[in-house]
Write a protein that binds this ligand. Structure first.
Ligand code: URA
Length: 240
């Protein structure tokens, strides 16, 4: 027996959080009976319908996209802006693992595998997300220490992370900084720098775990290999 929201997410219908919303909103039935309890457990024999459609098991698909600037990381946008899914040719119901801002570029994984999505986004699994930020100004040693130790933004403290200054442009008063974090709160990297007084001018995610952008141009994507998917699964509870 497994929790209903997990079964829905693992089927590839949507993320676990979205599945919870659908249950609470009364959009899920089990054996034709409406279920709004989040803890409900179901078995493989139960027939689950979500928004009137029977849940089926889709083949899993895993895509690594080099997200370009000017694209939203959602499956649909009410302002009719281009979404990351518009860049991908698939008949599967994929959704992005975590979010990159409209103006952020870099590694984005899209999949219909809810279990892997959870593994990659849960901070407890310590999966490295490596960003390169171009910031205004030059970081002091103290600012680097504050960022690395964890800093309060919007009432929560960021986990310890790695910060490495790659380049300083004294003439233009900007720096290139590499930041490795395990979390993915909204605008986290931009807000971390703002918290120590530096605005992010450009942001790129260079890596998630061992996956980087090699061989891809902005807007291009490739399928992950079975070996890569297995390797991602092995990150569970390990340091990535
Ligand atoms: N942190 C941000 O501020 N923006 C992103 O897009 C990703 C991480």
């Amino acid at each position: 027996m497994e929790r209903l929201q997990k079964v829905i997410a693992n089927s590839g219908y949507c993320s676990r959080r979205k599945a919870e919303e659908l249950i609470v909103q009364g959009k899920v039935k089990v054996n034709n009976v409406l279920v709004t309890e989040l803890g409900t457990k179901v078995s493989g024999n139960d027939i689950i319908t979500v928004e009137g459609k029977a849940l089926t098991k889709e083949d899993k698909e895993y895509i690594l996209l080099y997200k370009p600037r000017g694209v939203v990381t959602t499956t649909s946008d009410d302002k009719k802006r281009k979404t990351v899914l518009d860049l991908i040719d698939t008949d599967k119901r994929l959704y992005p693992v975590g979010r990159l801002d409209y103006d952020t570029t870099g590694v984005l994984i899209l999949t219909n595998d809810g279990e892997l999505t959870n593994l990659l986004i849960h901070p407890k699994n310590n999966v490295d997300k490596v960003y390169i930020a171009k910031i205004k100004g030059i970081l002091s040693g103290l600012e680097i220490k504050r960022l690395e130790k964890g800093i309060i933004i919007d009432g929560f403290k960021t986990s310890p992370c790695k910060v490495k200054v790659k380049k300083v442009d004294k003439k233009n008063n900007t720096s290139l900084v590499m930041v490795t974090i395990h979390e993915g709160k909204n605008h986290q990297v931009k807000n971390m720098f703002l918290a120590v007084g530096h605005e992010v001018i450009k942001l790129k995610r260079e890596k998630i775990a061992f996956l980087d952008l090699k061989g891809l141009k902005p807007g291009e994507y490739r399928y992950l290999t079975i070996k890569e998917v297995k390797k991602l699964y092995s990150l569970d509870n390990k340091n990535a």
